[in-house]
Structure formats: structure tokens, C-alpha cells
Design a binder for this molecule. Structure first.
Ligand SMILES: Cc1cc2nc3c(=O)[nH]c(=O)nc-3n(C[C@H](O)[C@H](O)[C@H](O)COP(=O)(O)OP(=O)(O)OC[C@H]3O[C@@H](n4cnc5c(N)ncnc54)[C@H](O)[C@@H]3O)c2cc1C
Length: 496
């Protein structure tokens, strides 16, 4: 897909007797003037690679190989697992098997919220393991944010990390009511007075001026990061430790003791599935987690006059309280990146090729940006892209290792994977080494839930769910005055 319809080539005219030199009209890859609301660059994996270009590929696997641990996928999950394992036991032979390049997936495309939000629902973890265990998981998430920051510092990874917290802005009366109604539950789940702070409209305006905002919840447990810089630095860090990262190496099957690739088979005692949103592509896993799409746009750097209007001097990441919510970051180079669901799911669990994003999704995000920040309305949009994240049927992340088969997994982070992948990596490290620790007792360890429905039910259900959330948001924006029953019904039906 291209951002704007390309002009059709003008036929060359030349005197009949003299063959004219064939000139191929050049069509600029980046149109000088994009259609209103669409980006100059569409896809190309993500904006986060625009400054340095896509990375040069590491060598692919070349024939059969042996290892102690084979990690399937080259995102944060695999890399953090390799990182902690190799530090714990430098003698381990560890390989990472990545189909494209490390960071090609969500790890190189996300919104850069290094957030302590639970990757699932507290009540579901509490239902299986009790509220204390669920609270322990929340505490582990708080600690994970600092663990990532410390590890990045230790490894000299410059990923624009800034821990100014996370703002959940209530736009309009209904969102405000919903936000306040949710607060007591957050307190019970372990978010104390200092972990989640209520801000009135004036306090919020001191930090950032969002049109129609009635207040916000702010938590310090979040940092803004540059996603691709983090994954690139992490891949380099594990290589320094002696891990082999194979790229252009697609795993076609995973079985006990083996990861089968196009170029050969890696035999390993432990084989860990770390594919998140790409899991459905692996034989036997079509319905394990659905690849849920998320799309983003980023503006050109905004002028100081625009920032003066908006405020937002810090690096707090910002989201709203809509049912189909959005997420934003102020980038280190003074742009606004904003993301949302876009086309939520593709029939048959298909994934996009290189992040190309539908023009209507780009326009939705551009409009939303203008509504939240009128001063930024009409700002040029430099880039649009999309990616997939993994969602299990119960919307709760899971990590585990079957000691009998040596097969392990982690994922289904439901859009909260930037920090959770680190917790997964440390947990898988303990599981592989056979350690019984606080981490291995957390309630997401070994969690198994039923798979998603077969098609077309899966497609109908998920598309219907998001259509319902959008309809609910529209009704609430139109002055409904309360949370829409459509959204409540959608929550009930989906089990979210
Ligand atoms: C647009 C977007 C915004 C997001 N924003 C946030 C956010 O702000 N905060 C947050 O916490 N979370 C966010 N997430 C989610 C988060 O980015 C992911 O949960 C996390 O990066 C998952 O990491 P991973 O390593 O498990 O998977 P991935 O990073 O997706 O890595 C999987 C890798 O497997 C590779 N692969 C696929 N098939 C094969 C195969 N057959 N063989 C070998 N390799 C294969 C892929 O190329 C990919 O590199 C967002 C996700 C998206 C898409």
C-alpha cells in the first residue's frame, strides 16, 4: 500500500523516425505532499528505524547445530531470556533464531511505554492463585521497570529512557467517572497512594494540556523508551556475552529437543517459543494467541510554539480512558507518536508484511491527535506503521517451561510487553536452571487457557468487539452521560 495514489506515468512523445531514449518516470517513494491525514512514509517496519535505516542482517543458520537453549524469535522476550541465562551460566550454549532481524516484530515497533501495568487482569490471576499472588505479580511489575532501566544503563544502551511516569487522562465526563470508579479497585490491587496519584484538571494542565480533559491518574511506574534502540542494544549485549543470534532464519516447527529451521535443525535441551504476535504462524499454534494489530503515526518535530500551547515538557507517556484507547509518547526529538487499535485483527490470524497501515487508520489517528491537541492539528505526519501483539483467550500473559519436554514459552502480553518481556526473561532463566524462586511462583507461570475459536468465529468476534467499543466511544462522545451499555456488553462477551 502506498500513502497516496501514485500518478500514472505520462507517455513520452518523440519524433517517429528517431527512437527516443527510454525515460522511466521516477515516482518518488516519499510523496512531497501526502494526502491530508496520511504519512510521508508508510510501513518500512517502523519510524523507530528511520534515522539509521533497517539494520544490516546477521548471518543465517547454516546447516544443523547444537545448543543448550534455542530461543525462537528475536524480540525482547528471547533476548532478555538469553541475557539472564548467559549471565547466570556463561557456559551455556544459547542461540536466537530470528526469521527477519532482531527487532523486526513488536519489540522494534511499539509505543515505548515501559509500563508496570499488569499484562492481564488482576482478578483472573487472583481467581487461580489468590489475591496475594496477583499482588506479588503487580509488585514484580513495579520492580521490572527499574530492572530494565538498570540493565540498559549497565549495558550502555542509549534508548532515550526517561522515567517521568504514565498519565491516564480522562477526556470528558464519562471517562472521568469511569476512571474514578476504577480507582478503588486499583488500590486493592496494590497501587498505593504514591503508585497511582489522582490529578485534578489544574494539576494535569501543569503537566500537559489535553482538550476536554477532566483530570488524570498518574503513576511514576513507567518510562518512555525508544523501542528499536532498546532491542538493538540488547541484541548487541547478548552477542557480547557469547550468544549467537541467527537472522534470516525461520523456524518452521518446534518439538521436544529441536527447533526446525529452513536451513537446518538446532538440537537443544530447551527450546523456547518467543514469537508473541507471530505465534499463530507456527504449526499447532494457530489458535493459541491471536495477533492483535496496533497502529501508530508520528508527527514531524513540532515547533516550540506548539509545545508552548500543549505544555508536556516532561516525558510522561499519555493515554486516554476510551474503550478503544490510544497511547502517546513525546519522542526525544520532539515529535508526538500516537497509537491505537486501527484494523484490530486480520482473518485467519494473518500478520502485516512490513508495518504498512491503512490510510483510514492513519486518518483516524491524525484526527484523534488533533482533537486531543488542537495546537498539533495539521502537523505533518512523517511516518505510519503497524505491528502485532499476542492476545490469549483470557487476555492474560503467560510464561512457562515443561521440564519433561524442555519446551518453554512466554507471551500474550496483551499490549504490555515492553516491561513484561524482561520479567519473562528472568523467569524463564530460573525455570531453565531449575530454580524455585519468587519469580517461578508468580501466578502467570505455567498458566494454560483454551485456544481461540476457529474461523470465521474468531474474526467475527474480534472485529465485532472493536466495532462495539468504537460505537460505545462515539455514543459517549456524543453526550450519552454514562458508560455505554454496548461497552459493558462487549466486556462481558469477550471476558475482558
Ligand atoms: C504498535 C505496537 C505498540 C505497542 N506498544 C507497547 C507499549 O507502548 N508498551 C508495551 O508494554 N507494549 C507495547 N506493545 C507490545 C510489545 O511491543 C510486545 O508485547 C513485545 O515487544 C513482544 O516482544 P516479543 O519478543 O515477545 O515479540 P516480538 O518483538 O514480536 O518478536 C517476535 C519475533 O519473532 C520473529 N518471528 C516470527 N515468526 C518467526 C519464525 N517462524 N521463526 C523465527 N522467528 C520468527 C519476528 O520477526 C519477531 O522479530 C506494542 C505492540 C505494538 C505492535
Amino acid at each position: 500500500m502506498s500513502p497516496t495514489p501514485q500518478p500514472s506515468p505520462t507517455p513520452a512523445t518523440a519524433p517517429a523516425a528517431v527512437p527516443a531514449p527510454v525515460t522511466v518516470p521516477t515516482v518518488p517513494a516519499v510523496p512531497a505532499v501526502p494526502a491530508t491525514g496520511t504519512a510521508r512514509t508508510n510501513g518500512e517496519v517502523a519510524f523507530w528505524y528511520a534515522a539509521h535505516g533497517l539494520p544490516a542482517r546477521r548471518p543465517a543458520l547454516d546447516g544443523d547445530a547444537e545448543a543448550d537453549v534455542a530461543l525462537v524469535g528475536g524480540g525482547y522476550t528471547a533476548l532478555w531470556t538469553a541475557y539472564y541465562l548467559k549471565r547466570a551460566d556463561p557456559s551455556l550454549r544459547i542461540v536466537v533464531l530470528e526469521k527477519e532481524f532482531a527487532g523486526f516484530g513488536a519489540s522494534g515497533r511499539n509505543g515505548g511505554w515501559l509500563t508496570a501495568a499488569l499484562p492481564g487482569q488482576f482478578r483472573r490471576y487472583a481467581a487461580t492463585h489468590g489475591p496475594d499472588a496477583a499482588a506479588a505479580m503487580q509488585r514484580a511489575m513495579f520492580a521490572t521497570v527499574d530492572e530494565v532501566i538498570d540493565a540498559a544503563r549497565t549495558e550502555g544502551i542509549d534508548a532515550d529512557v526517561r522515567k517521568d511516569g504514565e498519565l491516564h487522562v480522562a477526556v470528558g465526563e464519562v471517562q472521568e467517572r469511569r476512571m474514578l470508579a476504577h480507582l478503588p479497585a486499583l488500590r486493592e490491587e496494590g497501587w498505593g497512594e504514591d503508585d497511582m496519584v489522582r490529578l485534578g484538571p489544574d494539576e494535569l494542565a501543569d503537566r500537559v494540556r489535553v482538550a476536554g480533559a477532566r483530570g488524570a491518574l498518574w503513576t511514576p511506574h513507567c518510562a518512555r523508551v525508544h523501542p528499536a534502540a532498546l532491542v538493538r542494544g540488547l541484541a548487541a549485549a547478548v552477542e557480547r556475552l557469547g550468544v549467537t543470534v541467527y537472522e534470516d532464519t525461520e523456524v518452521t516447527a518446534v518439538r521436544p529437543g529441536a527447533a526446525v529451521c529452513r536451513q537446518g535443525t538446532v538440537r537443544a535441551r530447551h527450546v523456547i517459543r518467543a514469537l508473541e504476535g507471530f505465534t499463530a504462524g507456527l504449526d499447532g499454534h494457530r489458535r493459541t494467541w491471536v495477533p492483535m494489530n496496533s497502529s501508530m503515526i508520528v508527527t514531524a518535530p513540532l515547533e516550540q510554539a506548539v509545545w508552548d500551547e500543549i505544555g508536556w515538557r516532561g516525558a510522561e507517556v499519555i493515554g486516554d480512558e476510551a474503550h478503544a484507547y490510544c497511547y502517546l509518547q513525546r519522542t526525544a526529538d520532539d515529535r508526538i507518536a500516537i497509537g491505537g487499535r486501527g484494523v484490530p485483527y486480520r482473518f485467519g490470524s494473518r500478520v502485516d508484511a512490513r508495518g504498512e497501515t491503512h490510510a483510514s487508520t492513519q486518518r483516524q489517528l491524525t484526527d484523534l491527535l488533533g482533537r486531543l491537541f488542537p495546537a498539533a492539528a495539521g502537523a505533518p505526519v512523517d511516518h505510519a506503521w503497524s505491528g502485532v501483539l499476542g492476545v490469549p483467550r483470557d487476555w492474560c500473559a503467560t510464561v512457562g517451561l515443561d521440564p519433561a519436554t524442555g519446551l518453554g514459552w512466554a507471551g500474550g502480553y496483551v499490549g504490555h510487553g515492553v516491561a513484561t518481556t524482561n520479567l519473562a526473561g528472568r523467569t524463564l532463566c530460573d525455570l531453565v536452571l531449575g530454580r524455585d524462586t519468587e519469580l517461578t511462583r508468580l501466578p502467570w507461570v505455567g498458566r494454560r487457557v483454551r485456544g481461540w475459536e476457529p474461523e470465521p468465529l474468531r474474526w467475527l468476534g474480534i472485529r465485532g468487539l472493536y466495532a462495539a467499543y468504537r460505537a460505545a466511544d462515539r455514543r459517549e462522545d456524543g453526550g450519552l452521560g454514562r458508560t455505554s451499555r454496548i461497552a459493558r456488553a462487549a466486556d462481558l462477551l469477550s471476558g475482558r
